[in-house]
Design a protein around this ligand. Structure first.
Ligand code: PSU
Ligand code: MN
Length: 308
């Protein structure tokens, strides 16, 4: 049995940045291990870290390697996660068994947000959150991301929720759960591969400093912890063609149903189907969204670290 009680173990760079109140951005690893095709995923993992650095912040990619949770991976650890073999998908509830059994796994938004907050990190960038699936009435499939974000004070920069989901239902759940949503430079909730999901957002901000001010107001208010979502749309020029999106998504959902795919396998299956069926166009839109979020996350972390 493994017993490492520093959870997560911080890389030297992350520890130093936290001590000096320098900006740090948490990054998830499920997108690397289970959300992107190999071998491109390893290059993307490294590229996202470089993007954070280019914006003057320190990246803290989070994952579990051999039963130890880390914030800030070295090259060999990132390679392990991107390698795929035996790399599990870990939600928040999977962390305890993974640590206890010495497992290796990539962390989803729920596990990453939990570990990041535990390490004292306040800003986390990803692609699209999990949420309520379109077949919810039959499957009760709602990502654990939502419940965890409802009780974790962390700012998550995302391109909305994955468009494979029931977006209006997910927005409704976020409201019920008390998770704040800010549109970044938009009055429409982003649609992950698409710049807009068509759904409205109640609050719009335009600068990282405004996000930091909302975070400070959350702290001043106190009360139960909840996350703040910064919904940052992919640029229209980089989005997936909406007609292609709608057609291919319908095929993907049909195939998922026909094959009886359920549980943790649903999201990776749908994402991979879209990559194949769009000849890689969905992958480019996905990457553009993630890059934009990571760069914005670094700037928000900068504004947060510079607060008075
Ligand atoms: N965003 C992406 N690609 C991904 C994910 C997010 O661009 O693969 C991952 C996140 O880790 C998110 C997870 O937490 O998908 C949701 O999975 P599920 O629906 O099984 O909870
Ligand atoms: Mn699920």
């Amino acid at each position: 049995m493994h017993t490492s009680f520093e959870v997560p173990v911080l890389s030297e760079e992350v520890r130093e940045a936290l001590e000096r109140r320098r900006p740090v951005v948490a990054l998830e690893s499920t997108i690397i291990a289970h959300g992107l095709p190999r071998p491109r995923n390893l290059a993307v993992g490294a590229e996202l870290e470089a993007l954070v650095r280019a914006e003057g912040a320190v990246p803290a990619t989070i994952a579990v390697v051999d039963g130890v949770a880390y914030a800030g991976l070295d090259k060999a650890q990132l390679e392990r996660i991107a390698g795929g073999e035996g790399v599990r998908k870990l939600g928040h509830r999977d962390l305890a068994p993974a640590l206890a059994t010495g497992a290796t796994g990539a962390t989803t938004v729920s596990a990453t947000a939990f570990l990041a907050a535990r390490a004292g990190l306040r800003v986390f960038a990803t692609g699209g959150l999990g949420g309520v699936h379109r077949e919810y009435a039959q499957t009760q499939d709602e990502s654990a991301d939502l419940a965890l974000l409802a009780r974790t004070r962390i700012t998550v920069v995302c391109a909305g929720v994955k468009s494979i989901l029931d977006v209006p239902a997910t927005l409704q759940r976020l409201e019920t759960l008390g998770v704040g949503v800010l549109g970044y430079g938009t009055e429409r909730f982003p649609g992950f591969y698409l710049a807009s999901s068509g759904e409205p957002v109640e609050w719009t901000v335009h600068r990282p400093q405004e996000v930091a001010a909302v975070m400070a107001a959350q702290d001043a208010l106190g009360g139960p912890d909840a996350a703040l979502l910064v919904a940052n749309p992919v640029a229209e020029a980089e989005q997936l063609d909406p007609r292609v999106h709608d057609r291919v998504l319908a095929e993907a959902l049909e195939e998922c149903r026909a094959r009886g795919i359920t549980g943790q396998a649903v999201t990776p299956f749908l994402l991979e189907f879209l990559v194949r069926a769009t000849g890689g166009a969905s992958l480019e839109a996905n990457l553009a969204a993630v890059r934009g979020n990571v760069a914005l996350g670094a700037r928000i972390a900068g504004a947060w670290a510079a607060r008075p």
